[in-house]
Design a protein around this ligand. Structure first.
Ligand SMILES: [Zn+2]
Length: 558
């Protein structure tokens, strides 16, 4: 027997949690055809001596819906060993979208994905080439992708499609709910992985409006979600918020018999004990209901500028700020009355005032010596409230300033408790979103370096399982997540002693020259998708364009 590709001499960790063993992998026609012993010759061989050979990682929480239309290498997830991505999370799919609503959808994505609308317009073009969700899936498939892709159909897009601009203003009528349910059914029959929605107060769209799904009452969400029960293997992802929590997830899982995964169970949330939330989630699962909270391996850390103050936009006092131009924003920031309102929440003693101790100045061209300084310490030294300190600095610099803040989930001991709980699943990389504010696409290398190697919280077998089979199972992705004979050959070869990342760096490589933050990986030797080496030694081995090896996973499988 001969192979297209052979990976020799490595230690195989197969994703099931089973003990590692030394062995070779033979790959032909995109599938693993020999595992453990692979005696045949191969056209290409990768020497994995001293390395771990595992299934490719499955990232269930990305936002590549728009980016994939101009960057079908979906950088930088594959750099970190990811071979399958789920997009459409939080309800932010780009289909179905009527041509006349394209601008509103882009301006919504601008806010929730931290990507300039110029980049989105340049990247998507005037004619997107799709309107319905089935057309979108066809467009993604035609363009191809370096990694495998599964797509959720989003509530924000459905609502905008059916209700237009009123989707950000009012309840849906019974007919409008029925229309959304029918559109979701159409999407699922064409291969959508499931339904996604969000009630998160942080999800603010164009002109400071809530994103459309936030206007939905629980009954609307439950009614639309019925469609996932009608199509085999469909799932639901939901971002928790007022009126959408444990009880509602349990009811949907019970009514549909389908997996519901929610985003996210995080530590360090003001006025919330994450252990109580874990107990509630465990109680739902104890009733036999497949409801899975997603947990994040990293602090939720944002870099923001005062021209796009994402971190604070859910505060009421920022609603008029979001609708203002640069001069208007500066006027609010200078106004003592407005500041007094902001300080009630975010000043010293306010409910989120403690965050300044986790905030640094990360960009300040007017005085670069301040970069890296802690905001609370600077304020204490000057005897000022930190709100006054940062806003004065911002105004002095004509708002050309950025701060970096660990918003929540900042304590690694707490994160370890969440990761260790059998109720949870790793999610919330948010890859592709918040492009100018963070890069958590590195979640896999962060997890392997911090929690598996440095903290020793998990064995390598457990850790690989948590990045592969576990998320695939929760999201109904049936042909990924394990290495086994006959299965598609999605493989990562990595050095367990070296795997990690180099933090973050800002680049200007988005369409129209817009900026984003990326993260480089270390210790990832090779990434293989359906038998094709897409990256090796930190370099892409495939070209953007047609012929890429990733498959569109319709209904969770190729
Ligand atoms: Zn999201």
């Amino acid at each position: 027997m001969s192979y297209d590709l052979k990976i020799t001499g490595g230690t195989i960790v197969d994703g099931t949690g089973a003990p590692r063993y030394r062995g070779d992998v033979g790959i032909e026609d995109g599938r693993v055809v020999a595992l453990g012993v692979a005696p045949g010759e191969a056209a290409t061989t990768i020497d994995a001596t001293g390395r771990i050979v595992s299934p490719g990682f499955v990232d269930i929480h990305t936002h590549y819906d728009a980016q994939i239309m101009w960057d079908n290498l979906v950088s930088c997830s594959p750099w970190h060993g990811v071979t399958t991505v789920v997009m459409g999370n939080c309800g932010f799919s780009v289909a179905p979208t009527r041509p006349e609503h394209r601008d509103l959808i882009m301006r919504t994505l601008e806010n929730v994905e931290g990507m300039s609308v110029d980049a989105l317009r340049a990247g998507l073009g005037d004619d997107w080439g799709f309107e319905s969700f089935p057309e979108y899936l066809d467009a993604v498939e035609r363009r191809g992708c370096a990694v495998n892709v599964a797509a959720l159909c989003g509530h924000t897009a459905l609502r905008m499609y059916v209700m237009g601009e009123e989707s950000v203003a009012r309840d849906a009528t019974a007919d409008e709910v029925a229309a959304q349910r029918a559109l979701l059914r159409e999407a699922l029959e064409a291969g959508a992985l499931g339904f996604a929605t969000s009630k998160a107060g942080t999800h603010v769209g164009y002109d400071g409006n809530p994103v459309p799904s936030r206007l939905a009452d629980p009954a609307e969400i439950a009614e639309i979600a019925q469609a996932i029960g009608e199509v085999p293997n469909a799932v639901m992802q939901a971002t928790v918020g007022r009126g959408l929590s444990h009880d509602e997830f349990a009811a949907i899982a019970e009514a549909t018999g389908r997996n519901v995964s929610w985003t996210a169970l995080l530590s360090g949330v003001p006025r919330q004990d994450y252990r109580e939330e874990l107990a509630k989630a465990a109680a739902v699962q104890a009733r036999g209901l497949p409801v899975y909270p997603q947990v994040a391996v990293q602090p939720v850390q944002f870099e923001m500028s005062w021209t796009a103050p994402f971190i604070y936009e859910s505060l009421r006092c920022f609603q008029p700020v979001a609708k203002s131009d640069l001069d208007g924003r500066k006027a609010y920031y200078a106004d003592p009355d407005w500041r007094a309102t902001f300080k009630e929440k975010a000043g010293n003693g306010g409910i989120i005032g403690d965050r300044w101790a986790r905030t640094t100045i990360s960009w300040y061209p007017l005085d670069p010596s301040l970069e890296g300084d802690n905001v609370q310490e600077l304020a204490d030294a000057k005897g000022q409230d930190p709100v006054d300190l940062v806003l004065d600095l911002a105004l002095d610099a004509d708002l050309d300033m950025r701060i970096t803040q660990d918003v929540i989930n900042y304590d690694r001991d707490d994160i370890e408790v969440l990761l260790s709980d059998p109720t949870t699943v790793i999610g919330l990389s948010d890859a592709g979103a918040h492009a100018s504010q963070l890069c958590d696409a590195k979640y896999s290398t962060e997890f392997l370096s911090t929690f598996v190697r440095d903290r020793g919280a998990f064995t390598l077998e457990q850790g690989v399982h948590m990045l592969t089979k576990r998320p695939a199972d929760v999201f109904g992705i049936t042909d990924r997540g394990t290495l086994a004979e006959g299965r598609p050959a999605d493989v990562v070869v990595f050095d367990a002693d070296e795997v990690g990342h180099l933090g973050k760096r800002r680049v200007n490589d988005l369409p129209a020259g817009a900026d984003r933050i990326i993260s480089d990986a270390v210790g990832i030797d090779a990434v293989v998708v359906n038998g094709t080496v897409i990256r090796q030694d930190g370099v892409d081995r495939v070209e953007p364009g047609p012929g890429l090896p990733g498959a569109l996973l319709r209904n969770g499988r190729a």
